[in-house]
Design a protein around this ligand. Structure first.
Ligand code: ADP
Ligand SMILES: N[C@@H](CCOP(=O)(O)O)C(=O)O
Length: 316
C-alpha cells in the first residue's frame, strides 16, 4: 500500500486546473512503491501520475525533477514533470511537496531474458550520455559517505561474521575510492536504483523508466553495476547469470564503450553496488522509520550477492 496521504477529488481537480491539464476523470491510489504516495490521475487530456513526497525535502527534489525533465527533453523515455502557470514543477498538495508526470506505457518485466537486459544496457548508456550536460549537482546521497555513516548504525543488529564482512568490504571500498583508477572513472548524473521494478516494457520493447529519487552524481560504472546486480542475478540463488550480463554489457558498449579504468574496476563496482543495497536493506530492516508502512526487502539477498562478487569476480 503506498497511499500515506489521502488526496480528495476536489484537491486533484484544483491541481489539474493549476497545471492546465484539463478536467478530472479519475483518481486512483497506486498500491506499489514504498517511499511516496502515488496516484494515477486521469483527465480529459491524458493519464498522469501524482506523487506526494513523504520523505524527500523541497531542497533535494529539484535535482531529481529537473534531471527527469532534462532527460525527457533529450529524448529519453522518462516521466516529464508538468509545470504550473509560473513554470514551477515542484508543487504542494496536502501540505506535501508533489509532482505530476506523464504515465508511462507498459509494465515491469520481473523475469528478464537477455533481450530485456540488452535493452536496459543500451538505454542506460544513452541516459548517461544524455545527462552529461545537465547543469545541476547533487551527490549520490546513498554513496560511500552514507555507507561509512550507516555501517556502524546497523552493526549492533547483525552477527559477528556479518559485521566482519561489512567492515572488510567497507575498508576495501574506501581504498578503491582513493585510487587513481577510480579518480579516472567517467561520471555524471546516474539513476542509482534501476532495478527491474523501475523499468517498463511492452513485450520486449523498453517503454520507459522511472523512480529517479535515488539519483545523484556518481560514476557511470556504479550505475551499470547496480543494474547488473539486479537484472543479471538469479534472484532465487543470488548468483550471477553470465548470459544476461553479457547481453547487458555488450549493449551498453554499443552506445558507450567502457574505458580502461572502467574495465579494471568493474569487479570492484559490482561489490560496491551489492554493498550499497545490503547496507540500505539492513538499515530499513533493523531501523524502520517511525510510523512507516515500508515493508523491508530481504537484506540477506545482497549479502549473498556481495559474497558471490568477492568469490567470483566478473570482468567486462
Ligand atoms: N510515471 C509512471 N508511469 C507509470 N507508472 C508509474 C509511474 N510512476 C510510478 N508508477 C507506478 O507506481 C508504482 C510506485 O512507484 P515508485 O516510484 O516505485 O514508488 P516509490 O518511490 O514509493 O517506491 C510503480 O511500481 C509503478 O507501477
Ligand atoms: N531497489 C531498492 C529499494 C528501493 O525501492 P524503490 O521501490 O524506491 O525502487 C532495493 O531493492 O533494496
Amino acid at each position: 500500500m503506498a497511499v500515506f496521504t489521502e488526496v480528495s477529488t476536489n484537491e486533484a481537480r484544483e491541481l489539474l486546473r493549476r497545471l492546465q491539464l484539463g478536467e478530472l476523470v479519475a483518481l486512483r491510489g497506486i498500491e506499489g512503491g514504498i517511499e511516496n504516495t502515488n496516484y494515477f490521475l486521469t483527465s480529459d487530456q491524458g493519464e498522469f501520475v501524482l506523487t506526494l513526497f513523504e520523505r524527500l525535502t523541497a531542497e533535494q527534489l529539484p535535482f531529481y525533477l529537473y534531471l527527469m525533465k532534462h532527460l525527457a527533453h533529450g529524448g529519453m523515455p522518462v516521466p516529464d514533470p508538468r509545470p504550473d502557470r509560473n513554470g514551477d514543477i515542484l508543487h504542494t498538495v496536502c501540505g506535501k511537496p508533489a509532482a505530476v508526470v506523464n504515465k508511462l506505457r507498459g509494465k515491469s518485466q520481473l523475469a528478464p531474458q537477455p533481450v530485456h537486459c540488452a535493452a536496459v544496457g543500451a538505454m542506460l548508456a544513452r541516459m548517461h550520455l544524455a545527462g552529461q550536460d545537465f547543469d545541476r549537482y547533487q551527490p549520490n546521497l546513498r554513496g560511500l559517505s552514507w555507507w561509512n555513516e550507516t555501517a556502524p548504525v546497523v552493526e549492533p543488529h547483525i552477527t559477528a561474521q556479518q559485521a566482519a564482512l561489512l567492515r572488510s568490504e567497507l575498508a576495501y571500498q574506501n581504498h578503491v575510492a582513493a585510487s587513481s583508477a577510480y579518480a579516472a572513472l567517467p561520471r555524471g548524473p546516474v539513476h542509482a536504483d534501476l532495478f527491474r521494478d523501475n523499468v517498463m516494457f511492452d513485450g520486449d520493447e523498453l517503454t520507459g523508466f522511472f523512480d529517479f529519487y535515488f539519483a545523484g552524481v556518481d560514476t557511470w560504472l556504479f550505475d551499470l553495476a547496480v543494474c547488473l546486480n539486479d537484472w543479471c542475478i538469479d534472484l532465487a540463488a543470488g548468483t550471477h547469470d553470465a548470459e544476461r550480463a553479457a547481453s547487458m554489457l555488450g549493449a551498453y558498449q554499443t552506445v558507450r564503450p567502457l574505458t580502461a579504468s572502467e574495465r579494471e574496476l568493474l569487479p570492484a563496482m559490482l561489490r560496491a553496488g551489492a554493498l550499497r543495497f545490503w547496507i540500505s536493506r539492513l538499515w530499513d530492516f533493523h531501523l524502520p522509520r517511525e510510523a512507516s508502512m515500508l515493508v523491508p526487502h530481504d537484506p540477506t539477498h545482497f549479502e549473498r550477492v556481495l559474497q558471490g562478487r568477492i568469490a567470483n569476480p566478473v570482468h567486462a
